[in-house]
Design a protein. Structure first.
Length: 292
């Protein structure tokens, strides 16, 4: 019988790339891939070619999550950014996983989470450790794809990167690399009860990022280094970004500015047998995203 694998966040950066990576593996024939999504019919054209089934899965609706977990052996767990109440949403979900007989959870966590008890990721890791299910914690550094999603419009429309990160260096990673590790962890039992700190091989300043984007896009991209107040004003007041999300961004960029986001590891090449994707390659691959 194929192993039933449930992918949450299946339309997001990591979830979708993980489905694609799983389909490239020789173990694909031994897996029954289930895409969990809030709106299966809406997402069917995107997900059906990559999966064996689509099922409704809403973190805020326990009945939907319980049905989705029936017969599932492995889960890729990706926390929706807007759900920070671990006791309300994730304690019950982990209990449902136990009751359903899930034997491994691959959880998309956060670099440095082991020493940051205030993050939801830290609390979720704790309850997964205590659950008795096998776990694999993926602790990636800052996604390159944040520049092609969250900050896409400012690069495309204003030719600028507008983040309060000072001259600090950031250890970037391409989501495609994270997804390949996630796929390996789901397709085999070789990564049970492991925590992997995943980074690329470059710690870059946003000045260097802007220079590389300038070279790739053929137009000048400028790194603006606004004050926190100016950043807050633009994102919250001018652009209408939810305050909670703006505060998360400020916290992340403050860490970079303080020089505490530049840690590089060699874990990823050890797992994948190849170097991480470089930022210049990412920019070339994603060039059309910022084209006018």
């Amino acid at each position: 019988m194929p192993i039933r694998v449930l992918i949450t966040g299946s339309t997001g950066n990591v979830g979708l790339e993980t489905l694609q990576a799983l389909n490239r593996l020789p173990q694909r024939k031994d897996l029954f891939l289930i895409a969990a999504t809030q709106q299966p019919e809406r997402d069917r054209p995107l997900l059906a070619p990559l999966t064996d089934d689509l099922i409704r899965f809403d973190f805020t609706n326990p009945a939907s999550t319980q049905r989705a977990l029936e017969g599932v052996e492995k889960v890729l767990l990706i926390r929706p950014p807007q759900l920070a109440d671990v006791k309300k949403f994730f304690d019950p979900l982990v209990r449902q996983m136990q009751q359903a007989g899930v034997r491994q959870v691959v959880f998309l966590s956060l670099q440095g989470v082991e020493s940051n008890a205030y993050t939801p990721h830290h609390k979720i890791e704790l309850i997964l450790r205590e659950s008795g299910m096998a776990y694999t914690f993926l602790r990636p550094s800052f996604f390159m794809q944040n520049l092609s999603t969250t900050h896409r419009k400012e690069i495309q429309e204003r030719n600028e990167i507008f983040v309060p990160a000072g001259n600090g260096r950031t250890a970037f990673i391409d989501v495609r690399d994270i997804a390949e590790v996630a796929a390996l962890a789901l397709a085999t039992d070789d990564h049970l009860n492991q925590a992997y700190e995943l980074t690329g091989s470059e710690a870059l300043t946003y000045y260097e990022i802007a220079d590389m984007l300038t070279a790739v896009l053929g137009r000048k991209i400028t790194y603006k280094d606004p004050s926190i107040l100016r950043f807050l004003w633009r994102k919250r007041i001018q652009e209408g970004v939810p305050l909670s999300f703006v505060m998360v961004m400020i916290a992340l960029y403050t860490v970079s500015k303080a020089g505490k986001a530049d840690t590089l590891t060699d874990v990823l090449p050890g797992l994948l047998g190849r170097p991480p994707i470089l930022f210049r390659q990412f920019a070339e691959d994603m060039k059309k995203v910022w084209d006018r």
